[in-house]
Design a binder for this molecule. Sequence first.
Ligand code: PRX
Length: 631
Amino acid sequence: MNYQIKSIEEYKETYKYSIENPEEFWAEIANNFIWHKKWDKVLEWNFTEPKVEWYKGAKLNITENCLDRHLEKLKDKTAIIWEPNNPEEKTRNITYGELHKDVCRFANVLKNNGVKKGDRICIYMPMIPELTVAILACARIGAIHSVVFGGFSSKSIADRIVDAQCSMVITADGVYRGNKLIALKNIVDEALRNCNTIKKVIVYKRIGNNVVMNNETDVWWHDEFEKADKICAAEIMDAEDMLFILYTSGSTGKPKGVVHTIAGYMVFASYTFANVFQYESNEIFFCTADIGWVTGHTYIVYGPLLTGATCLMFEGIPTYPDAGRLWQVVEKHKVNTLYTAPTAIRSLMQAGIEFVNGKNLDTLKKLGSVGEPINEEAWHWYNTNIGKGKCPIVDTWWQTETGGIMISPLAGITPTIPSFAMLPLPGIQLAIVNTQGEELKGNDVSGDLCIKFPWPGILRTTYGNHERCRTNYFATYKNMYYTGDGCIRDINGYYRITGRADDVLKVSGHRIGTAEVENAIDLHHNVIESAVVAFPHNIKGQGIYAFVICSNETKDFEKLKSEITNLVSEEIGSFAKPERIQFVNGLPKTRSGKIMRRILRKIAVGETENLGDTTTLLDPAIVEEICKVIL
Ligand code: PRX
């Protein structure tokens, strides 16, 4: 069996084989990696506890698979091309040989600063190659990384540090994103006022802004790097040891720490990268995600490096210095594959074709989309103006919990249809179920998207609370992993994701729980209660609409609105700010006290007729009142 599928027939055969013989299939794929010891058993599982173990008994280190094994042939190949925020600043090229050296040396920095196997390390860094170095250095010595997206507030960092009991933070002084300065170190300082587990903070000097160094805990990256030894043998790890924790939002107010383990994640990240993007050895792959989200973990760091690819890492934003930046970066670095989010496509589409015109995009061969449903208009614009009609678009559906791509075309190999994720990858057994939990067989059906059988990249637990993992993903439908997404299988058997079926929002592709935003709003002393829903937003995909009951003392509503938005920025991050706030006297609740969001969602789009059955409401008059304000 070939590692990379090269035709539709081969896809069909491989898929069939993979679901009829999952253990044999995933063992054959795993033979493409280096192991200190092979597994005793390919898979052990049940979805009731749940317990999933891949390649049990195997010993390995993922960084040897990302770096050491490439040194013989790819030592001088560029692993990372780095494009800075400011186009005037120099780009950097880091070869596999150099990356290997930096990772080993920084792994010794971690050791010198007291890090041991199994320790949790919080990483809050800009999109610079040192972020990749920090991640891999953790993996080199068996420490567990917990990367926190640079847009999160100090409060969110603190929550994540406390939950994972991290002993170290790796950060930078600051960074410019567009022309906005983000003072990362100050934000970390603020976070650490509420954490007592952190023993050391390592600070990379990126822009030279003023920072306060605490003599007891804070050290400079460059000082420590100078002192550290160059050689660092890889820690030999068990297949099921934790590789990383990544926090993500669900329907409760508290984000959960999704846990991925080493071997399964490694195999899945690499296999999906090689197949979906059909990576070829001389290509330049550009994923615009931030490494703070799972897309960056899997398709900027692990997937490309495991495959020996050259990956472009971009520090800035697509609209700085103007809306032509992304296209200029593609031209400058002769990018072959561009993997981005629908929000970015929509905002660049709105900026106008003049920003694309004149840029040479001839090197592009493949395009990708991720993170939220892509509307047909954006798909066609991307296809026509960026791909010039010759680049297959892979609309990749997956989640933080799945570790890697689950449903997607294979670029240039399997068919594409606008706004369809199309077909499952080999090894992925999908099920569409109705609300009674019955699997809907055959084509032309819609319902909740579930997965019936484990794949190597599946989450293993939610950090520190396995029961939460069970209730969230494995308790809704018996013996199935529930994704939280709605899905259609059309008459031809192709899959189309229709969006979240729970209280999770996707704002510019960022995953936010309604309860998190409500909790933040409710902290305001003049707020009695709030309810948050999504409304369709033509750039961000979804925007946040908050219905807020405030106290009688409130006089200045505009002031209260801005205080509420500031509060959400402080508690979560500015990406979670409500776009619209409506003050109301009550919320539509059932007699048991549950807010009927279905009604609020309709009101949020101005649909005040046909609100459906409101007879179960405690006080139907409330709905009329809310609607009046809208009208
Ligand atoms: O609702 C789906 C949406 O993003 C959710 C997962 O979010 P997150 O864990 O942040 O991971 C995003 C990057 C993988 C899913 O439950 N989603 C992701 N990709 C798509 C999508 N919705 C539609 N089409 C997609 N291609």
